[in-house]
Design a protein around this ligand. Structure first.
Ligand SMILES: *[C@@H]1O[C@H](CO)[C@@H](O)[C@H](O)[C@H]1NC(C)=O
Ligand SMILES: *[C@@H]1O[C@H](CO)[C@@H](O)[C@H](O)[C@H]1NC(C)=O
Length: 270
């Protein structure tokens, strides 16, 4: 009986640690490849893998708009050259297409005066990659007037950037660059499909459902089968009273992993 109780406690502790570790996503992306992750035919996300295991999805699905207008409009760098960009859906700029405008594109270079539009990225196919700073990059291409242009968007994971910040950078010939700082650049930071929840939220919901089943079922069992009274009816009461210190250790473990304190940190050590 004691043995079974101890195993149950260990199991609960593991669930708690797993839930907190997965909802507190590490900002550091350890994978060096990100493979295309298409939802509803939309080419705007990729899946990070770590030793063959899915480490998270980076998707701009929740930032997309489907009104044929650029999501990020004429964002200028220091000079007079700007970039408009939309993830997932194409846009046309200016609204009434003229000759030499950007039609059905994902990215468009805009020049102020005289105003001019140069298509620099088709919505699909997108090449997904991870740069040496471990940022996911979406690379778009466009063949325009016999010249191949590329647009590289670097996604910067910022957990507090719930409002995305798009910044056009200087171009290098026909290669254009921009940075997008957003929580959606963090693995599982945003939903990757319609009505989808991020992986962390799903785990948290499962956790709370399991927790309620455990407590309600446990209390009924202790009360009616074991005839326990008062606090004694709480299942595993000794475990729960020691929980605060266990949670502290769980967090210490999670954050020691996230702060990049080295690959030698293991659960056994604490
Ligand atoms: C542009 O988007 C519209 C609707 O969002 C779609 O019907 C059309 O096929 C797209 N065009 C291209 C070139 O992707
Ligand atoms: C993250 O985003 C927040 C809110 O937009 C901003 O204030 C902060 O400076 C950003 N952090 C970094 C490291 O860029």
């Amino acid at each position: 009986m004691y043995k079974m109780q101890a195993n149950l406690n260990l199991f609960l502790l593991l669930i708690i640690v797993a839930c907190f570790s997965s909802s507190v996503q590490c900002q550091v992306i350890s994978s060096s490849i990100c493979t295309k992750y298409v939802v509803n035919g939309l080419d705007c996300g990729c899946q990070l893998k770590n030793n063959g295991n899915v480490a998270g999805i980076v998707s701009l699905f929740s930032l997309a708009n489907n009104d044929h207008k650029p999501r990020f409009h004429d964002t200028y760098n220091k000079g007079a050259e700007g970039i408009s960009y939309s993830p997932c859906y194409n846009f046309t700029e200016p609204g009434t297409p003229t000759k030499g405008s950007c039609k059905d594109v994902a990215a468009c270079q805009t020049l102020k005066s005289p105003s001019q539009y140069v298509p620099i990225g088709l919505p699909s196919p997108v090449t997904y990659q991870v740069n040496t700073q471990k940022n996911v990059q979406f690379v778009y291409k466009h063949l325009y007037e016999q010249k191949l242009r590329t647009f590289t968007l670097t996604l910067v994971c910022n957990k507090t950037a719930t409002k995305p910040v798009f910044e056009a950078l200087a171009n290098n010939g026909a290669n254009y660059f921009a940075e997008l700082s957003t929580i959606c650049a963090c693995p599982n930071g945003c939903p990757s499909g319609p009505g989808g929840l991020s992986g962390g939220s799903v785990l948290l919901i499962i956790f709370f459902v399991l927790l309620s089943v455990y407590f309600i079922g446990g209390i009924i069992f202790m009360k009616y089968v074991r005839n326990a009274e008062g606090f004694e009816a709480i299942p595993n009461v000794s475990f729960w009273s020691s929980l605060p210190s266990l949670i502290k250790e769980g967090f210490a473990f999670t954050f020691s992993r996230c702060s990049g304190g080295g690959s030698d940190s293991s659960y056994d050590k604490i």
